[in-house]
Design a protein around this ligand. Structure first.
Ligand code: PLP
Length: 415
């Protein structure tokens, strides 16, 4: 496979990320941990800096022009996020702290209002803790029952029994892309099956939105959660998109300022969505950064990002397998049509933490651990994996650096 065939100048994209010019011990950083959190382009850094210097003010509360301008910018960021995921209405995008809070909001507010003892929530064996623990909490407090979709040997969802698992289920929560296996799940098909069974769907799109064209209407999903920090934006802000009628009917999650229409000594009434779910002073500057990140990604095009990552993922899998054969096990599907650029691997029996430390000596940043997916680790029969995750600013030189650094690990551990 040759270099990129698209019109995007990927070298210039890489240059947009100032941290990638940083050197440690005289050598550049090889950042392969974007599944954890992504680096930030100048456009985002500058948008936040300029906003703080020239336009920072409270939102929604004060009538003076500076505050009105800040409110407009905040709402523009919401509109940007809505556009990126093809949401029909910007007001159905609720800003949260992150994807974790978005899923907790659904479990607590929608689940709290709609689920009763014995009701079933279906999840999958590849979920991140963010889409497991909130449901475990409901199991503890309300006595709901959890069911699980198992995996095939190559790390895809085993859908052979899906209809039986969905039978009688009230909700189906699943990831659009696994943060460990890289697996891309057939979201629209899963949503349709869930709806046929009368179940509400919660899609964890944390690893999907940063890397793919996202269309919540084509998915038909009920709720979709994701985080800004994995998609070139700042940490401290994420989003929950939900269908209008569901969000409207849900009780508030956190109470306080901004989320009310009226407060009396004997009670309160809620503001409409999205304010109902945005109590207190929100992360204002972070919202501006989130909006700028969306514009940055749109300026490249999500289809181009996906194409670039497919090609790089193919190159990475082939390079590592060609070089290390049976000494490396890359988890998840081999076919890049059904996987993203997350490569969890085992290498020559070296503990992933040791491996990541040795790679770090060569400035190669990978994550080692359970990746907040302990049930999946148990199913894979491992305590931890090393994980290299790719993004739009990575290129073949990063993959080559990883492959070379693995050689170094081999030397140190005496193979
Ligand atoms: C699939 C998936 N879901 C949820 C999360 C939680 O995201 P956050 O920590 O931004 O809330 C992550 C983060 O790694 C993830 O990979």
């Amino acid at each position: 496979m040759t270099g990129s065939t698209t019109s995007v100048d990927w070298k210039r994209v890489r240059d947009d990320f100032p941290i990638l010019r940083r050197e440690i011990d005289g050598a550049p950083i090889v950042y392969l941990d974007s599944g954890n959190t992504s680096q930030k382009p100048n456009a985002v850094i500058e948008a936040m800096d300029t906003f703080q210097r020239t336009s920072y003010a409270p939102i929604n509360r004060s009538a003076y022009r500076l505050a009105a301008e800040a409110t407009d910018r905040y709402e523009q960021a919401r509109a940007n996020v809505a556009r990126l995921i093809n949401a029909p209405r910007a007001d159905d995008v609720v800003f949260t702290k992150n994807a974790t809070e978005a899923i907790n909001l659904v479990a607590s507010s929608w689940g709290g209002a709609n689920l009763r003892r014995g009701d079933v929530v279906l999840l999958t064996h590849m979920e991140h803790h963010a889409n497991i623990v909130p449901w475990h909490m409901l199991a503890q407090t309300k006595g709901i029952e959890l069911r699980w979709v198992p995996l095939t040997a190559d790390g895809q969802l085993d859908l052979a029994d899906l209809d039986r698992l969905l039978d009688g289920a009230s909700a189906f929560g699943f990831t659009a892309m696994s943060n460990v296996l890289g697996t891309l799940n057939p979201v629209a098909k899963l949503v349709a099956a869930a709806h046929d069974a009368g179940a509400t769907t919660i899609v964890d799109a944390c690893q999907y939105v940063p890397h793919n064209v996202t269309d919540v209407q084509a998915w038909g999903a009920d709720f979709v959660a994701f985080s800004s920090h994995k998609m070139c934006g700042p940490s401290g802000i994420g989003a929950l998109w939900g269908k209008t009628e569901l969000l409207d009917a849900m009780p508030p999650y956190i109470g306080g300022g901004n989320m009310i229409a009226d407060v009396r000594l004997d009670g309160f009434t809620c503001a409409p969505v999205p304010a109902k779910f945005e109590a207190g002073t929100p992360p204002i500057t972070e919202a501006i950064g989130f909006g700028a990140a969306v514009e940055y990604l749109e300026s490249i095009g999500m289809a181009e990002v996906r194409r670039h990552e497919m090609e790089l993922t193919r190159y990475a899998i082939d390079t590592l397998n060609d070089r290390y054969g049976d000494d490396i096990t890359i988890h998840g599907p081999d076919n890049v049509e059904v996987r993203g650029g997350v490569l969890s691997f085992a290498f020559r029996g070296i503990h992933p933490h040791d491996l990541s430390q040795v790679l770090d000596e060569r400035n190669v940043c990978v994550r080692a651990g359970h990746h907040c997916a302990k049930p999946l680790m148990r199913i894979l029969g491992v305590n931890a994996t090393a994980r290299a995750s790719l993004y739009l600013y990575n290129d073949r030189s990063d993959v080559d650096a990883l492959a070379d650094a693995l050689d170094g690990a081999t030397d140190i551990f005496g193979f």
